[in-house]
Design a protein around this ligand. Structure first.
Ligand code: AMP
Ligand code: TRP
Length: 336
């Protein structure tokens, strides 16, 4: 019998979840439920690679769980869990760090960008992709659906899997990144040359999933466009703002590009913005409502996460035992 493809992806509990996260990643995770075996991990161990306030981290972890459920992650079909609840992630990460050349990590563009912003760079920021490789490989994931920015990390994961397999014998499935063509990189509304980012908190940069209608209208109305006054999809960097708005429209309505261009033919940017704002508001409304319901019942959230952790451990623990065995450790009794 062929097994269903296994999907693993992760997301940081760093607050401010926005439509870039939703369109680039979460929507794909939801769409794959049922046909695939899905693991979605709230990566709190990754979050602490930059300074975190403990109370905020705890709150944001539960908020993210509620948001993912509100976006349509169904715990009956997806194993949704918190990374630190499964000890094998940290354990495996150590083993991997001992076979990862430093140069591989120093080359990572996300590391270079983040390191520039820190006064003093912690080791965990550098070894971040090693932990990410542990996440993915512990579950024998075939597919890793992510936004474009994570591609390099998944390539490193593949290299690491191959290296381990070569050194210690066939142990890991080589995973592949799954990146959407449209939505892989949603840009900032205030600056279409940079990707929409959680860490950019300026008003009007992002549309957050729980923003209210007035905030959404305000941000879209102010979105940077150009002076061509022509509504069509385009790779021209000068038209990046309008292209970004059109991509959001495309992904939320499911309409085809020619259909969208025909619909807006002869209309101005004002019309596009007004219509897009209503599309975004209606798409996010049920998510926002469900989110507040879920946040009203933290015990239920914790219960869902506990079940997820148990299911995740059932896969990761035996894999970890195999890894320790391959490396040559004497296994303790509770691992045998
Ligand atoms: P992060 O915000 O870094 O925790 O990312 C969570 C997921 O959202 C990852 O799969 C990212 O690749 C994806 N993502 C983040 N920002 C964007 C964006 N602006 N456009 C598309 N996908 C994004
Ligand atoms: N680094 C990813 C991000 O910032 C999050 C992540 C951690 C992840 N572990 C993962 C994504 C494993 C996919 C698979 O978006």
């Amino acid at each position: 019998m062929t097994r269903k493809p296994r999907v693993f992806s992760g997301i940081q509990p760093s607050g401010n979840l926005h439509i870039g996260n939703y369109l680039g990643a979460i929507q794909q995770w939801v769409a794959g439920q049922g046909q695939k075996t899905n693991f979605i991990c709230i990566v709190d161990l990754h979050a602490i690679t930059v300074p975190q306030n403990p109370a905020d981290l705890r709150r944001q972890t539960r908020e993210l769980a509620a948001l993912l459920l509100a976006c349509g992650i169904d715990p009956q079909q997806t194993t949704l869990f918190v990374q630190s609840h499964v000890r094998a992630h940290a354990e495996c990460s150590w083993v991997f760090s001992c076979i990862t050349p430093l140069g591989w990590l120093e080359r990572m563009t996300q590391y270079k960008a983040k390191a520039q912003k820190q006064e003093s760079v912690m080791t965990g920021l550098l070894t971040y992709p090693v932990l990410m490789a542990a996440d993915i490989l512990l579950y024998d994931a075939d597919e890793v659906p992510v936004g474009e920015d994570q591609k390099q990390h998944i390539e490193l994961t593949r290299d690491l899997a191959q290296r381990f397999n070569y050194l210690f014998g066939e142990t890991f499935v080589i995973p592949k990144p799954v990146i959407r063509e449209s939505g892989a990189r949603i840009m900032g509304l205030d600056d279409p040359t940079v990707k929409m980012s959680k860490s950019e908190t300026a008003r009007g940069h992002a549309i957050r999933i729980i923003d209210d209608p007035d905030e959404i209208r305000w941000a879209i109305k102010r979105a940077v466009t150009d002076s061509f006054n022509e509504i069509r999809f385009s790779d021209d960097p000068e038209r990046a703002g309008v292209n970004n708005l059109l991509q959001i429209y495309e992904l939320l309505t499911g309409r085809s590009r020619p259909e969208i261009e025909a619909h807006f033919a002869g209309k101005g940017y004002g019309a596009l913005k007004r219509e897009l704002a209503e599309v975004v508001i209606e798409a996010l409304r049920p998510i926002r409502e469900r989110y507040y319901q879920l946040m009203d019942d933290p015990a239920e959230l914790d219960r869902i996460l506990a079940i997820g952790a148990e299911q995740a451990r059932a896969v990761a623990e035996p894999k970890m035992t195999l890894i320790l065995e391959r490396v040559g450790f004497v296994l303790p009794k509770d691992r045998r």
